[in-house]
Design a protein around this ligand. Sequence first.
Ligand code: NAP
Length: 295
Amino acid sequence: MILVTGATGQLGDALSRRLAGQGAAFIALARPQFDFRKPETITSAFAAAAPSLVINAAAYTAVDKAETDQEAARAGNHTGPLALAQLCAAASTPFIHVSTDYVFDGTKGAPYLESDPTCPTGVYGATKRDGEEAILATSARAIILRTAWVYSAHGKNFARTMLAAGRRAPELRVVADQRGTPTAAADLADAILAIAARLAATGWRPEYRGIFHATSQGETTWHGFASAIFTEAARHGYQPPPVHPIATADWPTPTRRPPDSRLDCGKLAEIFGVTLPEWRQTLPSIVTALLAQEG
Ligand SMILES: NC(=O)c1ccc[n+]([C@@H]2O[C@H](COP(=O)([O-])OP(=O)(O)OC[C@H]3O[C@@H](n4cnc5c(N)ncnc54)[C@H](OP(=O)(O)O)[C@@H]3O)[C@@H](O)[C@H]2O)c1
């Protein structure tokens, strides 16, 4: 039995769809049944599922709000995942946890390696980093996947926001000096399930434990991502507004974003034989689905 947490989120939804498609035995939990702020729900969910694998897709993901909602961010990203890791450790259950490129400050000037020192710029990144460290301080069979710029046809994300904004505004201004890699939730779900299949095939191996970078291939800026979304949407008759590149300084946010959070995903390929597709490859299907939802 695979236990998936955060079932209502982008990744949790993608995992649930894939697992259902495979006919796998799984249980996908959301709040209030599973809530990191209510530790008794973590314990009871784990006991009821008696899982052979836990995939934690639950997290506090509101980057700016985290600055003023620190207790919730810490429960969702640090103390809650730690409690789940402790249960996994006691039961020798493999634990796949998801973290973020925002553990870095983005000043390296090259794709980050797993061994690079972390330096989060805000509460969200700090709580995610603390979660990573706390999980790895347990004896859990933990695989931590750092991903980035997650989007999907389900839930709140940049692609949905751009398409909605493009309907309303005569022109848009989008930050063009932050580099990263858009990663479709479905592609990350596929990567996670490929890791799960590897675990099932080989049994646990010591080299599986630790942090792995797991984004799509390629890179862009938020402006490049927006432009690609609109180019794709235009194929469906959507009339995009002009999208002007702006600097981060012209779009102040409560949390400073890393200017370059590209992640080197070589270790994931080396240890698990898993490589996510080029980010542009999955974009058309997601834009198509988002536009279809507009009715
Ligand atoms: N989104 C991104 O751009 C991005 C980038 C880098 C890394 N990541 C990481 O990727 C993972 C998946 O992100 P996502 O985009 O799928 O997130 P998401 O769409 O925001 O979904 C988050 C999920 O976590 C649940 N959740 C929030 N607080 C919780 C709590 N206290 N207890 C239990 N569940 C809680 C949410 O439930 P409700 O529906 O009830 O709120 C939702 O199901 C996360 O670890 C995130 O940090 C995301």
